[in-house]
Design a protein around this ligand. Structure first.
Ligand code: BES
Ligand code: ZN
Ligand code: ZN
Length: 493
């Protein structure tokens, strides 16, 4: 979609159709020209309600408040209404009251995120006529918002949404088409297109040399060999170093602790953390963020076979700890254990892992919410506040010393599953904690995205399938840091 910013009042802009958000049920706003028809047609501006008036080429969409995420949802609902129309262009005003650019950014995010469709495997692709959305600099109060600030906010929103959409593409791609080596190739090509980004790929030989015994065990039974992918964005004079570690299980069959068929479907989404980390790098480079940002991805397939790792095996992780395998379906934590240990050698100021780690997290928080875990309450709050601005939902799950004890093993240093199934998202987080060195404890965040990464029905502006979970919250988080550090990137309120 082309999003044009036009420095003219909305009424002076030519387009085939107009989109009007009815904010807070304020029916007397001057952009609302068909109030008289609302009653007759039963439009009450309740949540998610829309009204399309083809005779005047206008679409109205209820918007609960000026909160950025209500704007994203409302614009997305409006676009769904005219999806099948032949309109090639539409126009709308700016839903910002004072002047924070966050709502302009939210507008372009709402447009781009809702415009996504994944039709790679469809022989007949839907034709969308709408090509251009013209956004007036006229704001909700009738003032003209600064053209350059509007353009900047809109283009940042496009970068963030585009990174999210490309993350969805990778997750939605089949396990046949997106093996660990294909993911590595994708990362290499991505690096070539980006400024200040380098890519390193480690093969099985490299993993052996690095003594990544836990990672290697998970990958053993598959004919599709594992890869460690490292993508690094290094601008000049970087102020901080962020490392994102992504779980990249291109397929999770459960291994010998095989998943039941109904639970295996959708497990192509077990590479969502990896895909998020890769696309955080893409946007970090495009936004010219003043930090080093690295992605470390453990890409593997968890399969069955004569060579598979087994419940009862004892593995030696990269940090030297021994792990008793009691369930081969708890494989993500094994891959992450070695990748997190490797990541700490980069001496990060902040270390974040993103993983579709546990079904228990989905039970705890529901499908739409990411679980935030870690030791530093300041860090947890900072990501939660950034997530809120980005429109992603999060909930904090607290560690405690009693749950930690449930990971004890009688034969090894630690077991890969807890002795109780209660608190499974937290015990998985606590397993990872065993691989975080003392000096990094307060710099580490664990994000369990098992719920929102892949939902089989549409929600808000997200389509059925992959949502790109983690991308937007981490980018908003990085932008908050950028503002705090040098005031170059304005804080998004
Ligand atoms: N990839 C799954 C977790 C998952 C579940 C992601 C549902 C997305 C949706 C993970 O590898 C897994 O299988 N975890 C087990 C852990 C258990 C064996 C302790 C689980 O959640 O059942
Ligand atoms: Zn699993
Ligand atoms: Zn998994």
């Amino acid at each position: 979609m082309k999003i044009e910013v036009i420095d003219k009042p909305i009424d002076n802009i030519k387009a085939e159709c107009e989109i009007i958000l009815v904010v807070n049920k304020e029916l007397n706003h001057k952009w609302i020209k068909d109030k008289d028809k609302f009653k007759k047609l039963g439009f009450k501006s309740e949540e998610d309600e829309t009204l399309f008036l083809p005779e005047v080429d206008r679409v109205y969409s209820a918007c609960s408040s000026f909160e950025p995420d209500d704007i994203r949802v409302a614009v997305s609902n409006a676009l769904k209404c005219i999806k099948k129309s032949s309109y090639k262009s539409a126009k709308m005003g700016l839903y910002t009251k004072k002047c924070p650019p966050i709502n302009a950014r939210a507008l372009s995010e709402g447009i781009e995120l809702s415009n996504y469709s994944f039709d790679k495997y469809k022989s007949k692709k839907d034709k969308i006529h709408l090509k251009t959305i013209k956004i007036s600099t006229e704001d909700y109060n009738g003032n003209s918002y600064n053209l350059n600030s509007t353009k900047k906010a809109i283009s940042e929103g496009i970068i963030i949404a585009e990174a999210t959409n490309r993350a969805k593409d990778i997750v939605n791609t089949t396990p046949y088409d997106m093996t660990p080596t294909k993911l590595a190739e994708y990362a290499k090509n991505l690096a070539k297109k980006l400024k200040n980004v380098e890519c390193f790929i480690g093969d099985e030989k490299f993993l052996k040399k690095e003594k990544m015994g836990a990672f290697l065990a998970v990958a053993k039974a598959s004919v599709n060999k594992p890869r460690l992918i490292k993508l690094s964005y290094k601008p000049k004079d970087a102020k901080k170093r962020f490392v994102f570690v992504g779980k990249g299980l291109t397929y999770d069959s459960g291994g010998l602790s095989l998943k039941p068929s109904d639970y295996m479907v959708t497990m192509k989404s077990d590479k969502s953390g990896a895909s998020a980390a890769l696309h955080i790098i893409k946007a970090a480079s495009e936004l010219n963020l003043p930090f080093e940002v690295h992605a470390i991805i453990g890409a593997a397939e968890n399969m069955i076979g004569g060579n598979a790792y087994k419940p009862d095996d004892v593995l030696v992780a990269r940090n030297g700890k021994t792990i008793e395998v009691r369930n081969t379906d708890a494989e993500g934590r094994l891959v992450l254990a070695d990748c997190l240990d490797f990541a700490q050698e980069l001496k990060p100021d902040y270390l974040v892992d993103l993983a579709t780690l546990t079904g228990a997290c989905v039970v705890a928080l529901g499908e739409y919410t990411t679980g935030i875990m870690g030791h530093s309450s300041e860090l947890k709050h900072s990501i939660s506040s950034a997530a809120k601005k980005s429109g992603e939902l999060t909930g904090m799950l607290p560690f405690n010393k009693y749950l930690k004890k449930l990971l004890k093993s009688s034969i090894a240093d630690i077991s890969n599953i807890a002795s109780s199934r209660y608190g499974g998202a937290i015990t998985a987080g606590l397993f990872l904690d065993n691989f975080i060195k003392d000096e990094y404890k307060d710099k580490w965040l664990h994000l369990d995205i098992a719920g929102p990464a892949f939902v089989e029905k549409e929600w808000g502006y997200n389509q059925a399938g992959a949502s790109g979970a983690g991308v937007r919250m981490c980018l908003y988080w990085l932008k908050d840091f950028a503002y705090k550090i040098n005031n170059v990137h304005k804080e998004v309120k």
